[in-house]
Design a protein around this ligand. Structure first.
Ligand code: CTP
Length: 401
C-alpha cells in the first residue's frame, strides 16, 4: 500500500514518542521506507538506536553534525522524502513550525521542505486548548499542513481530554489515504501521443510541422505524477523525456500507431500529437537528385488516424479516449463534429490561429468538449492544462463504467 514511498519521520519530545517506534514498524510493514529525525527532546523519550533498528537506517539528530551534513544535508533529507510526518508534534514544535524558526535539524528540515507535511499533535489537554496552540494549528492548516488527531482520553499527566496522540495504526491509515488521494490514478495505465511526426520524402528529407510536444509531454507527466503507469509515444521533439514515464520515440505516423497499439491495453489514451495527415506514398530509397528534370511531383497517401483507430478498437478501446482539435475558426463547433467523427470521448479544442501563439508556445486556451457539453477553460499554461485534464480524467475513471 505504501510501496516505494519514502517518509521522513520527525520525532519530537513528548511521552507519546514511544508510539512512534510502533509507527515506524507499521509503515515499514506497509512497504514504506522510513528515515527518522530525532529532536533533542525526543531523544529523552526514545533512543536513536531503537529508531535506527526499526527503520534500518541512520537516525539524524544534529543540525551541526559534520558527519550528518556531509552524508546527507538537511535539504537533501527533505528532498529524498515523499512526505514529512511530525509525530509526536509537541506544542513547542508546532509553534516553531508556525513561526518559521530553524534552530535545530527538525525545524530546519520543515522550513526547507517543499514536500507535504503531516503533523500528529500530542500534548496535555490544556496546552492543546490554549489559544496559542489553536492559532498555530489554524495557521499551519491554512498553509496546507495535514493534521491527524489528537484523540480524547486519559493522559500520561493524569488528566483527561483531547491531546493524546493518534494511534500508530490511525496515523498509518492517514498516510495511506494521503498517498491514495495524491495518486488517484494508481493502478491505471495511460497512453499519450505527443510532438509532430516526420514523414520521409527520401533518406534525408521529410515533411514535418511546428508542434513542440509541450502539451503532450506535460499531460504524460501529470498522469504519471497521479500514479498512472504512463507510456508516451513521441515524435521528434527537443524536450527531455518526462520523469517516471515510459517514452517510446518514433518518427512517422505509422510508427506512432504501431507503438500505440503495442502499448495497449490502457485505461486512458490522450492523443496530443500533431500527426501528419498525409505521407509521401513512395518515399525514395535514395536521395532525390535534381537531374535537370524540374521539381519532382510527390504523390501523397493518407496516414492512419491514430485517435480514431484507438477509439474504434474492438477489444482494447481505452475507457477514456481524449483528442485535441487544433482549429483556427468556429473552434467549438468544429471540435464537436470532430469528437463524433473520431469516436473519442473528449476533445480539447484549442484556437491555433497565428495571433494566439499557441502552436509551439507556452500557453493554451482550450475548451473541453464532451458528450455533456462544453467547458471553456481560461487561458493557462500548457502544464496547467495538463494538470486540469489529469484531474478530470481521474474523476471520470473513478465513476463505475
Ligand atoms: N490525430 C491522430 N492521427 C492522425 C491525425 C490526427 O491521432 N492521423 C489526432 C490528433 O492527435 C488530435 C486529433 O486527432 O488529437 C485532431 O487532429 P486535427 O489535426 O486537429 O484534426 P484532423 O483530423 O486533421 O482534422 P482537420 O484537418 O479537418 O481539422
Amino acid at each position: 500500500m505504501l510501496h516505494g514511498k519514502r517518509i521522513l519521520l520527525i520525532v519530537s519530545g513528548g511521552i507519546a514518542a514511544y508510539k512512534s517506534l510502533e509507527l515506524v514498524r507499521r509503515l515499514r510493514e506497509r512497504g514504506a521506507a522510513v528515515r527518522c529525525v530525532l529532536t533533542r527532546g525526543g531523544a529523552q523519550f526514545v533512543t536513536p538506536l531503537s529508531l535506527s533498528a526499526l527503520s534500518e537506517d541512520k537516525v539524524y539528530t544534529d543540525l551541526f553534525s559534520l558527519t550528518d551534513e556531509a552524508e546527507m544535508g538537511h535539504i537533501q533529507l527533505s528532498r529524498d522524502a515523499d512526505l514529512l510526518v511530525v509525530a509526536p508534534a509537541t506544542a513547542d514544535i508546532l509553534a516553531k513550525m508556525t513561526q518559521g524558526l530553524a534552530d535545530d535539524l527538525a525545524s530546519t528540515v520543515f522550513l526547507a521542505t517543499d514536500k507535504d507535511v503531516m503533523a500528529v499533535p500530542a500534548m496535555n489537554v490544556r496546552m492543546w486548548e490554549h489559544p496559542a496552540t489553536q492559532a498555530n494549528l489554524q495557521t499551519l492548516q491554512s498553509r496546507g499542513v495535514h493534521i491527524v488527531g489528537p484523540n480524547e482520553g486519559d493522559m500520561a499527566c493524569g488528566e483527561y481530554g483531547l491531546g493524546r496522540m493518534a494511534e500508530p495504526e490511525e496515523i498509518a491509515d492517514a498516510i495511506t489515504d494521503f498517498f491514495q488521494a495524491s495518486a488517484p490514478l494508481s493502478g491505471r495505465r495511460a497512453l499519450v501521443t505527443s510532438g509532430p511526426t516526420h514523414e520521409p520524402i527520401d533518406p534525408v528529407r521529410y515533411i514535418a510541422n511546428r508542434s513542440s510536444g509541450r502539451q503532450g509531454h506535460a499531460i504524460a507527466s501529470a498522469l504519471a505524477r497521479r500514479g498512472a503507469a504512463t507510456t508516451l509515444v513521441s515524435g521528434p521533439t527537443n524536450l527531455p523525456d518526462p520523469a517516471g514515464v515510459n517514452v517510446i520515440h518514433v518518427e512517422s505516423a505509422r510508427d506512432m500507431l504501431a507503438a500505440c497499439e503495442k502499448s495497449l491495453p490502457a485505461d486512458i489514451a490522450v492523443c496530443a500529437a500533431a500527426v501528419a495527415d498525409w505521407r509521401v506514398a513512395q518515399a525514395a530509397d535514395e536521395k532525390l537528385k535534381k537531374n535537370g528534370g524540374g521539381p519532382p511531383t510527390l504523390e501523397m497517401a493518407e496516414n492512419p488516424d491514430i485517435l480514431a483507430t484507438l477509439a474504434a478498437a474492438a477489444n482494447t478501446r481505452p475507457r477514456l479516449v481524449v483528442g485535441f482539435a487544433a482549429e483556427t475558426e468556429q473552434v467549438v463547433a468544429h471540435a464537436q463534429a470532430k469528437r463524433e467523427r473520431k469516436g473519442c470521448d473528449w476533445i480539447l479544442a484549442n484556437d491555433v490561429s497565428p495571433e494566439t501563439g499557441t502552436f509551439g508556445g507556452e500557453d493554451n486556451t482550450v475548451h473541453l468538449v464532451t458528450a455533456d457539453g462544453v467547458e471553456n477553460w481560461p487561458r493557462m499554461s500548457k502544464s496547467d492544462v495538463a494538470e486540469r485534464l489529469a484531474e478530470r480524467a481521474a474523476i471520470a475513471l473513478e465513476t463505475p463504467e
